[in-house]
Design a protein around this ligand. Structure first.
Ligand SMILES: [Zn+2]
Length: 337
């Protein structure tokens, strides 16, 4: 193995620092790679956090694999079918997916990954047929999912999309449902169909008037190692989960006040502090994107009503991930949701 690099795709550009991106592709280059069976993202020392994936493309000098949401920075190993192993000389950096905030089409519905409400396409047919529906990603024209259903006139049919496709969860962007084959002429989409829609990974967590902080100590790294962003809103403004997942902690802490930590479905850690009252969710609960968590407050070590929000790289909050500056993402989420 000579190098491990990020491989850009139309829906997933690579960061300039050459790091791999969760959900993106990793390309391994070297010699005699044709017998490769597995790619291992090693993470830290020890096997407990190793993530093993099957490569998508295997050739003599080139192997491609999707970077799992659970993968974290560390060496990368390839294993061939004879048990032979080769490990990268250097630690490969793995970063969260870049900010992708698709422009929303005026009037087109919006959906959020992991939310309860899913995009839905419904139609009726003029004659009995086996109708085929495809979900297409606008960025690269790729077909993400296909449905085939037997339809009879007078029986409305519908399909809905759960955000998944080949290789798992799909990136943010614009998508559309389309009828194919015979159905193109013999099926009629219902007026309420979400034929074309925008799809986002997160929702902005404060649901009401707010500001994103005034810089300085409100920002990531401001004050003495501030690990999040302080955003101000009236006490009582609803706070929701930016991304669904599993509630890792929901409780009270002398400094954090009423707080919630969520292990996101995307592998990132999401932290909400100083909420007014006891959280509306409990530890261990699985929650969707947009789940109500509580209200902006000033409990714990807080001055003024605000939400202290943290974002951690996989595998999350004080579990080996590291805090990342959430402000660029908060700005993007705030602009569309
Ligand atoms: Zn803070």
């Amino acid at each position: 193995m000579t190098a491990v690099r990020c491989l850009p795709t139309p829906s997933m550009p690579c960061p300039v620092n050459g790091a791999l991106v969760v959900g993106g592709k990793a390309a391994v280059r070297g010699k005699d790679l044709q017998a490769t069976r597995r790619v291992v993202f090693e993470g830290r020392r020890g096997a407990s956090d190793d993530v093993v994936v099957k490569p998508r493309v295997v050739a003599a000098r080139h192997v491609e694999a999707v970077v799992s949401t659970r993968a974290r920075s560390g060496p990368v190993t390839i294993i061939n079918r004879f048990g032979g192993r080769a490990t990268s000389q250097v630690r490969i950096r793995v970063e969260p997916a870049p900010i992708v905030a698709p422009e929303s089409e005026p009037g087109a519905p919006r959906f959020f990954a992991g939310a309860k409400r899913q995009p839905r396409f419904s139609f009726t047919v003029r004659r009995p047929l086996e109708a085929r529906i495809e979900l297409v990603r606008e960025a690269d024209g790729s077909v993400v999912q296909t449905w085939t259903l037997v339809a009879e006139p007078g029986q409305p049919k519908a399909v809905s999309w759960d955000g998944r496709g080949p290789g798992g969860p799909q990136p943010a962007g614009r998508y559309r449902f389309r009828l194919v084959g015979e159905a193109t002429s013999a099926a009629v989409p219902a007026a309420e169909s979400d034929s074309s829609f925008s799809y986002y990974d997160q929702v902005f967590p404060i649901r009401g008037a707010h500001d994103l902080g005034q810089g300085g100590a409100n920002n990531f790294g401001g004050g003495r190692g501030h690990k999040g962003q302080d955003m101000f809103a009236k006490c009582g403004t609803p706070v929701v989960a930016a991304r669904g997942g599993e509630v890792e902690y929901a409780g009270f802490h002398a400094a954090a006040g009423n707080y919630v930590v969520v292990n996101g479905q995307d592998g990132l850690g999401y932290v909400y502090m100083h909420m007014r009252a006891a959280p509306l969710v409990r530890t261990g609960q699985r929650i969707p994107t947009g789940q109500a968590l509580g209200e902006v407050g000033e409990t714990g070590r807080a001055t003024g009503c605000h939400l202290h929000f943290e974002l951690w790289s996989a595998p999350g909050w004080y579990k080996g991930g590291s805090a990342i500056d959430p402000l660029p993402r908060l700005r993007a989420w705030d602009a569309y949701s």
